[in-house]
Design a protein around this ligand. Structure first.
Ligand code: FAD
Length: 466
């Protein structure tokens, strides 16, 4: 007897409640991944994420084969494909781990309803969050809008977290039901523009666990070092978390294995808390993926985006080194350091005055760790439109941010070879010194001082008028 384990953003075998439920019921799991971009609403995976997905599916299939099973690949409408597979295999159970994106939630609940009506036992589980969004409530039984009290509640419940189940070492053999070739489902990018995506880490659960162990052994440097983009002080687990190659419970389990106490990981766990908070906000305020979460800037005058200016921001040609380095890091590696995400987002929404969706859409297509909850929250936080957003008057000055967090210019030099020869003073504001810039723009695309003043006026006006 089979149970279908419908894999989505949980491309792993450890801490996998849907798989565990199949094994607990003594059913033989049939693993299927269905490529169904139409089922993702307005947010089908972007190009960079799909490049990662391809390799992640390969890695998962490898892990399954080592255990005697295999991954079935299908494409098309999820419900249709699940029903077909139920008919082919005689499976009377379909199990999956939950997702929280608004369009996916709607689709999944329709699928569950239809399957149940047809006598198929459809069940979903929590495989990707520490706390389900509806279980964390304010004293008034509402959702949180402010991070600190939300985080206090999570910390107080930390010890009650369930343990992560290890991956099964053997699995029942997978019968030969039809499976599409990977090339037909997620073709390889041609030419291979994705090579830079796999240099820092490899896709798959094994690589994710290894990275997690390696990072946690030096987690002591996280608190002080997490803001320095030239250094490797953060976990770089975001892409693994986005695809569910690792779960937050597995991360905590690795910390336990290494004998790390809660306080030694507290600064890092707090960031996992921000991830939870992003999902909390997305669940309770589903409109926020498309529009402002709050009303506080309803009267804001966002400026019309000029295509050439937007393209200069996207391509790392603004003439502002820390911005351009970050945008090129994104283009080449599919990742951008958190500090730099805040700086480039501040330039776009504040100095340039463009609506945050322009940036969120670009990130969605170019990030390998694109995650609707985190991306929406990160952009809205910076733009000042989100819950618990940055104060509106915080306009990052990219020059002083560069001087503070990349004092030697090592990060800028890594991504902007044309500025390699500049010293650590000139490299943050090359337009101030008379020097040859090897084709790099000789002045910033926007006057940083004047645009800051103009932004403050627009924000003040919006707050008055809203
Ligand atoms: P670490 O510092 O090691 O943190 C560990 C984990 O905590 C991360 O992997 C991530 O899952 C979570 N986390 C860390 N910081 C945040 C945060 N500020 N908000 C929510 N979760 C966080 N993160 C994404 O995963 N996907 C996105 O699409 C995304 N878009 C962003 C857009 C903007 C404008 C901003 C400002 C931030 C965005 N972030 C996004 C959050 C953050 O930048 C990344 O999670 C982080 O840089 C990933 O690096 P890391 O894994 O080394 O993080």
């Amino acid at each position: 007897q089979h149970a279908i384990v419908w894999l989505r953003r949980d491309l792993r075998l450890g801490d996998h409640p849907a798989l565990q439920a199949a094994l607990d019921a003594r059913l033989s799991p049939l693993f299927v991944y269905i490529d169904d971009p139409a089922g993702e609403g307005d947010w089908p995976l972007g190009a960079a994420s799909r490049a990662w997905l391809r390799r992640s599916l390969q890695a998962l299939d490898g892990d399954l084969r080592k255990r005697g099973s295999a991954l079935l690949l299908r494409a098309g409408d999820s419900l249709t494909e699940l029903r077909k597979l139920c008919a082919e295999s005689g499976a009377a159970k379909v199990l999956w781990n939950r997702r929280y994106e608004p369009a996916v939630r709607k689709r999944d609940s329709e699928i569950k309803q239809t399957l149940l009506e047809q006598g198929i036992d459809a069940r979903s589980f929590n495989g990707s969050l520490l706390f389900e969004p509806w279980t964390v409530q304010t004293k008034q039984d509402g959702p949180y809008r402010v991070f600190t009290p939300y985080w206090r509640q999570l910390e107080a419940r930390w010890d009650s977290l369930p343990q992560a189940e290890p991956a099964p070492s053997r699995l029942p053999a997978a019968p030969a039901f039809a499976s599409l070739p990977l090339d037909d489902v997620v073709p390889a990018p041609r030419p291979g523009w994705d090579a830079g995506f796999f240099q820092a880490s490899a896709p798959g659960e094994q690589a994710a666990l290894q990275r997690c162990r390696e990072f946690l052994t030096r987690v002591g440097k996280y608190k002080e070092g997490r803001d320095l983009p030239a250094e490797d002080n953060t976990s770089r687990l975001s892409v693994h978390l986005a695809f569910g190659e690792i779960s937050p419970r597995q991360i905590i389990a690795v910390a336990h294995e290494l004998g790390l106490s809660y306080p030694s990981c507290a600064a890092f766990y707090r960031e996992l808390g921000w991830r939870e908070f992003s999902y909390h906000l997305m669940y309770h305020f589903p409109h926020s993926c498309e529009q402002d979460l709050t009303e506080q800037l309803r009267a804001m005058i966002w400026l019309p985006a000029k295509p050439d200016v937007l393209a200069a921001w996207q391509n790392g040609r603004t003439g502002i080194p820390i911005i351009d380095a970050a945008m090129r890091e994104l283009w080449q590696t599919g990742i951008m350091h958190n500090r730099c995400r805040m700086i480039v987002a501040s330039l776009l929404t504040k100095n340039l005055g463009y609506y945050w969706r322009h940036g969120a859409d670009w990130f969605w297509d170019t990030l390998i760790d694109a995650d609707l909850a985190n991306n929406t929250q990160g952009w809205q936080w910076t733009a000042g439109t989100g819950a618990d957003a940055a104060p509106y008057f915080r306009v990052f000055n990219p020059v002083s941010q560069g001087q503070r967090f990349d004092p030697d210019g090592a990060y800028i030099r890594r991504w902007l070879p044309e500025l390699k020869s500049l010293d650590k003073k000139a490299i943050h504001a090359p337009w101030e010194c008379n020097t040859h810039l090897n084709g790099y723009p000789d002045k910033p695309i926007v006057d940083l001082k004047a645009s800051r003043e103009a932004a403050l006026q627009r924000y003040q006006h919006a707050r008055r008028e809203t």
